[in-house]
Design a protein around this ligand. Structure first.
Ligand code: MN
Length: 137
């Protein structure tokens, strides 16, 4: 990943908070492969934007608005990953890398159609298999 965007931070904080119940600057830095100083700087910025509560030396947590955004950004990533996985365009790590590149261009509130398609494919695997076979023949 190149320089992580604010959306990447919010998504990563969501994942860390879900896994452990809290997030620390060091965990965040590790997950985004950046320096703790950069992570700390963005945490302060997200605090100023009203998305995190932050106390020096005590760490940080989502505000309700930050939590809502983090949840939506994570959901967007998952929907796009499921979609590209169905398209069988590469390995799991390829899919992850591609989603990291494209996800920011999808409005989080306009993913319903893609989610409907992915859910339909999940429940009609034979139909989808047929499509893949026919279209690559
Ligand atoms: Mn992502």
């Amino acid at each position: 990943m190149s320089t992580p965007s604010q959306e990447d931070y919010l998504e990563a904080i969501w994942v860390l908070t879900e896994q452990k119940g809290y997030a620390r600057v060091t965990d965040l830095a590790e997950r985004l492969a950046i320096s703790p100083a950069s992570a700390s700087k963005m945490v302060r910025r997200l605090h100023e934007a009203g998305l995190l509560t932050y106390e020096r030396y005590r760490g940080f947590a989502f505000t309700p608005e930050g939590q809502k955004q983090g949840r939506l950004l994570y959901a967007r990533h998952q929907i796009l990953e499921r979609f590209l996985t169905h398209l069988a365009i590469g390995s799991a790590s390829d899919v992850h890398r591609i989603v990291e590149g494209i996800e920011h261009h999808f409005d989080v509130l306009r993913l319903d159609q893609i989610e409907r398609l992915v859910t339909y494919i999940d429940s009609h695997p034979h139909w989808w298999r047929q499509f893949l076979d026919d279209s690559t023949a």
